[in-house]
Each structure stands twice: as structure tokens, then as C-alpha cells.
Write a protein that binds this ligand. Structure first.
Ligand code: SF4
Ligand code: SF4
Length: 474
């Protein structure tokens, strides 16, 4: 039996030797990132070369490094030393990354010209993506094309890392492949290819070009909050855009009225949050190292319920006002301007600031599911179904629990899983996204994600705020 490396300790639990392949991986990823940053100042190399170096370097480098790093170790739980690393424990590196991410989102949403987006001819970072945009759809890149490409790159490259890290869990492998494929195909490649074939161009009967209809095929209302906006409804009904337009309208309505409640009833909200959604995909891959930062406090649980349901009510009211305004052909409802009272504040506060700037920019401060836990109206909608009318639950084999707390620590939704496990109580919580990481990091195999008869979900009265979590006669 091999002896443990004497240089390892609780504070330094991973092998320190970085071999040649790992160094090569780090160098490639570093080069790719450097090219991205330098492109801001108009790199004196052809855009295509810059793009290949950036995307190839990051994807290849991260994959190579992760392969080597994790395959040198036996399969199993790999969260060593998380509380000692500056990047993932709110240290200096964590703050630096947080500020860079937040700053990038601010520029993207409100100052795209500062990353080089110029309708008369791109510069800097956006210009470097022009060749790829030209390849797909014969137009220059927009800041959203750059964002979509980088977003997809992050999910795919860090998804590869996740696959090596959690290779001991079939569930983690399957759902990670699923979010990677959903982002790559449904949100990126297929929409861009459709755009290239002019399937997304919307024109009037006279041939006047109205714009480009963005079809992220996995986005669904209420996460896709502008689905019922006038311009979207008009575009989907344009004659020149048929049959695609009506098809998207029918699919969009069926998604939230039928598909979402039915699937959530059968398997819980995990079918979307952990297997399909782009926000969840980024959180699970790029955000995985930060999952332990989610607050487990009761006050956070209380705040979560107010915020997520508040956003949900907001989006319902905004959409009702929007649809009313559309059919009655008025820009007002009860004397309130629909755009400035509902749509504009929602877009600024929730669509941009909460989901983007805070939702991703604050990963290193607040954990990887800030948006999914506190803000996403889709998660709120599915959460109500999951809590009251679903077959999904996490069962716990309490007799095996050693109270190590791994499950609670790595629950990105801030659920105190151990509390349930110690009592052998089923976990039925609106916020659980079914990521399965609590189960994957449990050293005793206590936790199982299951679907089963509804009436067997509550083996004991559910833990809820207000009943002091104890309703059992002992
Ligand atoms: S309880 Fe488990 S499956 Fe649910 S969100 Fe937390 S870690 Fe994921
Ligand atoms: S359920 Fe597993 S991970 Fe959670 S405290 Fe018990 S033994 Fe530890």
C-alpha cells in the first residue's frame, strides 16, 4: 500500500507536484485568457488567429490540466482544502475575480462600446469575434454574440473539469453532459446556424427587415421574461416568418403551461435547473468551486422566500400588463405606462442587474446559485410545484449518517441537508435544484434523489420555517 505523501496536511491536501502535462495545460489556458484580455487593445495579429488562440487555449488548456490533475488521484470526493484557498474562500483572489466578472457584466449591459462594439465597425474584443460571426451568419459580431460564445466556452471547458472531478458519480456525469449539450446546441450552435440560414430574420410582407429573432431553444417564460413583449409577439406572427414564428409561439406557451408542470411533477425542478438551463449550467460548471459559499443561515432561507416569490409576482404582473397592452392596443394599464412602470424596471433590476451582474459577478462572494436561489422566477414557479405537487424527494438513511456535514457544506442552495439526514427525514424543499452534489459528496451513501408516490414523500411532517422544525412525538 502506498504511503501518504508527508507534505500533505489538512491545509495542503492535494499533491503539489505539477507535472509537465499540467504545466502545459496551465500555459495554454493562460495564453488563451491573455489573448482575450489583450484583444481589448486591438492585438496586432489577425482576428482569426487570436480567436483560435483564445478559444483553443482555454478549452484545450483547462481540459488537459483537469484531466491530468484529477486522473492522478483516485475517483471520489474532491473538495480538499476549500476553506484555505484565496480564490474560493473570499480571499484576495476571490475579490479580484469578483470585481473583474462584475465589471465585465456592467460593460456588457450598459457600455458595450467599451469592449469594442461599434455598429460602424467593431474594435477590440468584439472585433476579434467578427470572423466567427461572419462564419455563422455573415454579419459582424455583437456584444451578445461575444457573450454567448464566452458563456458557452465557460460551460463546455469547465464542464470537462467537472466531469473529471465527479467521475465517481454517474448522475453527475449524465447531467453535466446534458447541460453542456443544451448550451452548446440549443442555445448556441442551432440558433446561430438558423440565423445563418436567415430563419431568424423577421421581415414585413413588403420585405422590410424588422430584425433578428433570437431563439435560445431552451429558454422559457418566465425566465425568458420578454417572451410576450409586443415586438416578440409581432415577430412570431409575421407572415414572412412562418411557420417558424407560430411554432415558436406554440412551443413557448406549451413549455410553461404543460411541459414545465408535468416534468416538475414527475422528477422535480431538476429536469430544468440541473439538466437544461444555461444559468444552472454555468453555476454547475464555472461556479462549482464556489458552491460552499452559499449561506445556510435561517435568515438567508427567509430572505430567499421573499425575494424569489417577489420576483415571480413582479414578472407575472409585468407580463399581464404587457399582454393587456398588446391586445387592447394601449401603452397603459390603470393609467400606468407599461414600459416605464413594468418592463424597463424589470429589465434593469432583474434581467440585467440581478441575473447577470449579481448572479454571476458575485459567485466568489455569495456562491454559485445566487440568481437561481434568490431571483429566478422560473425556479420560483417550479419550486411551488416541487414543494406541493411532485414525486421528487431526497431520501435519507439516517442510521448511516456520521454528521460530517459535507452535504450541507456543498449544497449550493443553502439547504441544511445534514439536519434532515440526522433525523432520517425525507428532504422536500422548494429550492432544491436536484444537482445531487449532496449525495455525491456524502461518504456514507446516506442520500438518494428519488421519484416515487406522492403520498410517501413526507415520512414525517415537513420542516418549515415557523414550526421550529420539530413536529414529531418522541
Ligand atoms: S439538497 Fe442536494 S440536490 Fe438539492 S440543491 Fe442541495 S445539494 Fe443539490
Ligand atoms: S448525510 Fe452524509 S454527508 Fe451529510 S452529514 Fe450525514 S454522512 Fe455527512
Amino acid at each position: 500500500m502506498s504511503q501518504p505523501d508527508p507534505s500533505l496536511s489538512i491545509a495542503n491536501p492535494e499533491p503539489k507536484d505539477t507535472d509537465a502535462l499540467q504545466k502545459l495545460g496551465l500555459a495554454l489556458a493562460g495564453l488563451g485568457t491573455l489573448v482575450l484580455f489583450l484583444s481589448w487593445g486591438n492585438l496586432p495579429i489577425p482576428h482569426t488567429l487570436g480567436l483560435i488562440l483564445a478559444i483553443g487555449g482555454i478549452l484545450g488548456g483547462i481540459s488537459l490540466y483537469s484531466y491530468r490533475f484529477y486522473m492522478k488521484q483516485p475517483p471520489g470526493i474532491k473538495n480538499n482544502g476549500v476553506w484555505f484557498k484565496s480564490l474560493i474562500n473570499r480571499g484576495v483572489l476571490g475579490w479580484i475575480v469578483g470585481v473583474i466578472l462584475t465589471g465585465f457584466y456592467v460593460l456588457l449591459y450598459w457600455y458595450p462600446e467599451m469592449i469594442g462594439f461599434k455598429p460602424e465597425g467593431n474594435e477590440g474584443l468584439v472585433a476579434m469575434f467578427d470572423p466567427l460571426s461572419q462564419f455563422f451568419k455573415s454579419t459582424s459580431a455583437s456584444q451578445w454574440f461575444v457573450y454567448g460564445t464566452l458563456y458557452t466556452l465557460a460551460i463546455v471547458s469547465l464542464g470537462v473539469k467537472f466531469l473529471f472531478k465527479y467521475r465517481h458519480s454517474t448522475y453527475q456525469i449524465k447531467r453535466t453532459l446534458s447541460v453542456m449539450a443544451a448550451q452548446l446546441l440549443m442555445a448556441y450552435l442551432i440558433p446561430e446556424i438558423l440565423a445563418g440560414l436567415n430563419y431568424n430574420d423577421v421581415t414585413t410582407q413588403e420585405g422590410e427587415y424588422l430584425g433578428y429573432y433570437n431563439t435560445d431553444l431552451k429558454n422559457t417564460w418566465p425566465l425568458d421574461y420578454d417572451f410576450f413583449y409586443d415586438w416578440q409577439l409581432d415577430a412570431m406572427q409575421e407572415e414572412a416568418y412562418q411557420p417558424m414564428g407560430v411554432l415558436f409561439l406554440i412551443i413557448g406557451i406549451a413549455m410553461f403551461l404543460l411541459v414545465t408542470p408535468i416534468l416538475t411533477y414527475y422528477v422535480g425542478k431538476r429536469w430544468y435547473c440541473s439538466w437544461v438551463c444555461g444559468c444552472g449550467g454555468l453555476a454547475e460548471t464555472a461556479g462549482d468551486p464556489f458552491r460552499h459559499l452559499s449561506s445556510k443561515k435561517l435568515s438567508a432561507w427567509k430572505l430567499e422566500r421573499w425575494l424569489i416569490h417577489g420576483v415571480m409576482v413582479f414578472v407575472f404582473i409585468m407580463t399581464a400588463a404587457t399582454v393587456y397592452g398588446y391586445f387592447w392596443n394601449t401603452g397603459e394599464v390603470f393609467g400606468l405606462n407599461i414600459y416605464s412602470t413594468f418592463q424597463q424596471p424589470y429589465g434593469f433590476l432583474i434581467g440585467a442587474t440581478f441575473s447577470g451582474v449579481i448572479g454571476v459577478g458575485f459567485y466568489p462572494m455569495l456562491g454559485n446559485r445566487v440568481w437561481c436561489r434568490f431571483g429566478c422566477p422560473m425556479a420560483g414557479y417550479m419550486g411551488i410545484i416541487q414543494r406541493f405537487k411532485s414525486r421528487f424527494r431526497i431520501t435519507t438513511n439516517g442510521g448511516q449518517c456520521i454528521s460530517c456535514g459535507n452535504c450541507s457544506t456543498y449544497c449550493e442552495q443553502g439547504i441544511d441537508v445534514r439536519w434532515y439526514a440526522q433525523r432520517g427525514q425525507n428532504i422536500v424543499r422548494a429550492s432544491c435544484v436536484g444537482c445531487g452534489v449532496c449525495s455525491s459528496v456524502c461518504p456514507r451513501g446516506v442520500l438518494n434523489l428519488e421519484n416515487g408516490p406522492e403520498d410517501k414523500r413526507y415520512d414525517m411532517p415537513p420542516i418549515i420555517i415557523g414550526n421550529d422544525s420539530i413536529q414529531i412525538d418522541v
